[in-house]
Design a protein around this ligand. Structure first.
Ligand code: COA
Length: 371
């Protein structure tokens, strides 16, 4: 079968993260102090249980994460990052995250902001609904054309890349920038033992062009696939513009990230492994033909099991790199960060598969070949 192609390629990519490192030990000290204070304050209630670094590493594989601010989230009385609001004339924090990664992706592609005529921002959380943050990024880098924000949980970044690729295929863009400003520490419930360790902050960006314009070393996007399947309770955050309309529930915990981790694990393994296998089969490829799997970075065990279902063996870190030990779960940015940090060593002609899975459920895959 003749290999299919989208006719588009990833010609530049780059990762950025804030400098502040937050270790499991620091996190656990603050959490346990919060637990002691709460239990002392409420002797009548069932006591809250403490967290531990051993559990976090064992359950998730996460050792560190980068964070925008740790003063607020390590303060047992606050347990929320301190991120000062900015005047409307200043660059917003998520636009700044986007620009930081975009500069690296543009430099690698040998492009300037003026070359870009589409900015697609994909992110699991948007700090405001309008004007689109992507338009602010477009202005900040001096891009032309048009820009839009995309929300799709942990598949927002792969989804944004697919939209950018399709815009180039349809002729509505000639050089597109995808930006993924995952400032996830703002949506976490730092007081909840089951999830207080999960996320970290980082941004990633990619430049996409028609394949004829791509230099050797770029990554041709052979095919793309998306899938969504409704799950009302698996992974959710109900914060939105209607939150203030019901004061009785406005400050409830459901207005932060919450999930049923076990349920997610059980449901995502078959869903994601079937999705990957079908994507490869549709391209007449077997799993062993793929040199690298850049999988969503939520949980190391989850990645190992998904890859095991696909490959028939637990993947080596060479086959399916892990970045969550250093970055934590960076929501939709994870698979793109894994790609950006672990793709340079692959040879011309090698295949790689980027795949995200997350809230919705939502899944996104890009089958790539090194040029
Ligand atoms: N410290 C110590 N113990 C903890 C703890 C903590 N922070 N949090 C939970 N525990 C305990 C639980 O109380 C439970 O104890 P029990 O067996 O005595 O009841 C035990 O550890 C196991 O808890 P559980 O929640 O079942 O752990 P898990 O092994 O399923 O791991 C997740 C939890 C969230 C890491 C895991 O389920 C996961 O990653 N799922 C996939 C989530 C995902 O990918 N989400 C996508 C988000 S984008």
């Amino acid at each position: 079968m003749a290999r299919q192609s989208t006719g588009t390629a990833i010609t530049g990519h780059g990762v950025w993260h804030p400098e502040t490192v937050l270790t499991n030990d620091e996190l656990v000290v603050a959490f346990n102090e919060f637990v002691r204070r709460e239990n002392a304050k409420h002797p009548d209630r069932p006591p809250l249980k403490e967290s531990s670094s051993e559990f976090i590493v064992k359950a998730s594989g996460i050792k560190n994460r980068y964070v925008q601010d740790k003063t607020g989230l390590l303060d047992p009385e606050r347990m929320c990052p301190n991120i000062p609001d900015r005047p409307e004339e200043a660059l917003s924090v998520q636009a700044e995250y986007s620009v930081n990664a975009a500069k690296r992706a543009l430099a690698r592609a040998g492009k300037t902001g003026e070359d870009i005529d589409l900015v697609v921002l994909g992110c699991s959380n948007l700090q405001r609904l309008y004007p689109a943050i992507a338009i602010e990024v477009q202005e900040a880098i001096g891009a032309r054309g048009w820009a839009l924000d995309m929300s799709l949980g942990c598949s927002a970044a792969t989804g944004a890349t697919i939209v950018a690729s399709q815009a180039i295929q349809s002729g509505s863009a000639t050089c597109a920038l995808v930006v993924v400003p995952e400032l996830t520490t703002g949506h976490m419930n730092w007081r909840e033992r089951d999830s207080h360790f999960i996320f970290g902050d980082a941004s990633v960006a990619m430049v996409l062009e028609p394949v004829e314009k791509a230099k050797p070393g770029s990554w041709e996007i052979l095919s793309t696939k998306m899938l969504s399947k409704w799950s009302a309770t698996a992974i959710r955050n109900n914060l939105g513009y209607l939150t203030r309309c019901d004061p009785a529930t406005a400050n409830n915990d459901d207005k932060l990230f919450h999930q049923h981790g076990r349920k997610v694990f059980k449901e995502v393994v078959p869903l994601a492994s079937k999705f990957i296998t079908e994507t490869l089969a549709a391209n007449d490829l077997t799993p062993d033909k793929i040199s690298r799997y850049w999988l969503h970075q939520a949980n190391q065990k989850l990645n190992e099991v998904v890859a095991e279902w696909v490959l028939g063996h637990v993947p080596t870190r060479q086959e399916a790199p892990i970045i969550l030990d250093e970055y934590g779960n960076t929501a939709s940015a994870g698979s793109l960060i894994a790609f950006s940090l672990h793709s340079d060593d692959l040879a011309k002609g090698n295949y790689g598969l980027m795949c995200s899975f997350g809230a919705g459920y939502s899944l996104g895959a890009l089958l790539l070949q090194r040029m």
